[in-house]
Design a protein around this ligand. Structure first.
Ligand code: SF4
Length: 376
């Protein structure tokens, strides 16, 4: 096994066995862990407290207990998160942070207290009007409250320097990930749709400093090799996340390469940088204000469609794949708006309704195959 294969195998193992990876990371770093529900939790503050932020984006658990608390028309990510909480799978976490972006997440905050009382909850509310001064001031106050809660858990004060150091690290991570996603089209066989996804996913279960070092090394090793000829179809993928394994396997089998993404689970996490001026918390709040093209963040100018068109043009993509999380209202409300814009721009589009736990992926596999044949 060469060094590239070793790094990829390690990251894929981490993504496929998150609890094991997080516990190993806690042991290695001596840090307590804090679970972060989607979306945009202030991981920099958690890291500055000397704690390990861990992403909680559902999984492959069968849903049995969560139905007592959530209706069957809630999205599978949240039903699985609650299920895993009820089964005690998050008991090793010191707390979870749950932001209330959508109706489902608002219910989870209330349910969590009753359903999973053993895992301490830090709720967060993000401002709808995040770009105006009042919205930014409100978010800074929310961050201050969360900071105090995290200080209690960590048993230490978080200084401005702690926050600044953490921001520097996260900015390095974000820049590195933008570079990583940009080289996928040059190494499209090694970094096929599934491997690319698992490499990016591993970041949620590792210390960001160690993860960023690994990705930099992977890119350095890849650059020593000749570029791989891309003989498949190039797409931009959008949505909350692109899982399951069967879904990703279908993309690989049909030689569909993700040359860029607009997934909440992937590039939306790292495409926007902090501003260079202001206190640490101001810079974090303005990152949310500046982040555009995400269905979770209110945008009166509706820039999502243009963002997708730009991604297609910049990456010479053949089309857009929409991975629509079933029962996700914010994404579903956004879809008709950007669909019209993509159609007007003559960009082929494949719409897939997905769940994290799908009994069969055959229908999706057929749709992916048809799309591949149509676009070729
Ligand atoms: S935004 Fe969509 S996928 Fe995310 S928690 Fe809400 S309903 Fe579920």
């Amino acid at each position: 096994m060469n060094r590239i294969q070793e790094i990829i195998a390690e990251l894929v193992e981490t993504a496929n066995h998150p609890a094991k990876a997080v516990k190993a990371s806690m042991k290695e770093t001596g840090k307590k862990a804090v679970g972060c529900f989607p979306y945009y939790t202030p991981d920099e503050i958690i890291y500055a407290a000397g704690l390990l932020p861990v992403g909680l984006w559902g999984g492959q658990t069968d849903i049995k207990l969560a139905d007592k608390y959530l209706q069957s028309f809630c999205c599978s990510i949240m039903r699985i998160n609650v299920e895993q909480g009820l089964k005690g799978m998050y008991d090793f976490l010191s707390a979870v942070i749950i932001p209330a972006y959508c109706d489902t997440l608002k219910c989870i905050c209330d349910n969590w207290h009753v359903a999973v009382p053993q895992t301490y909850l830090i709720p967060m509310v993000y401002p709808q009007h995040r770009k105006i001064a009042a919205g930014v001031a409100y978010l800074i106050d929310e961050y201050k409250r969360v900071q105090k809660e995290l200080e209690t858990i960590a048993g230490k004060k978080i200084t401005e320097k702690d926050l600044e150091d953490s921001i520097v690290l996260y900015e390095d991570y974000r820049k590195t990930m933008r570079q990583f996603t940009a080289i996928v089209s040059k190494y499209s066989k090694t970094l096929n749709a599934k491997t690319r996804h698992l490499i990016i996913k591993a970041a949620y279960f590792m210390d960001k400093r160690l993860y960023t070092i690994k990705i930099k090394e992977l890119m350095e090793e890849l650059k020593k090799l000749p570029e791989e000829k891309l003989d498949g179809i190039k797409v931009v993928v959008t949505g909350i996340l692109a899982e399951t394994d069967a879904l990703l396997d279908a993309f690989v089998q049909n030689k569909i390469v993700f040359v860029a993404d607009d997934l909440a689970h992937e590039s939306r996490q790292f495409r926007t940088s902090v501003r260079s001026e202001g206190t640490a918390l101001e810079r974090l709040a303005y990152r949310i204000a500046d982040h555009d093209g995400c269905s979770l963040l209110y945008d009166e100018e509706k820039k999502h469609g243009q963002l997708l068109i730009d991604l297609v043009r910049e990456n010479h993509a053949d089309g857009v794949v929409v991975c629509m999380m079933k029962f996700c209202n914010p994404e579903e409300f956004d879809y008709p708006i950007y669909k019209k814009e993509l159609e007007a721009a003559g960009i082929p589009m494949l719409y897939l309704e997905i769940e994290q736990k799908m009994d069969s992926a055959e229908q999706i596999r057929t749709r992916i195959q048809s799309f591949a044949e149509m676009v070729k």
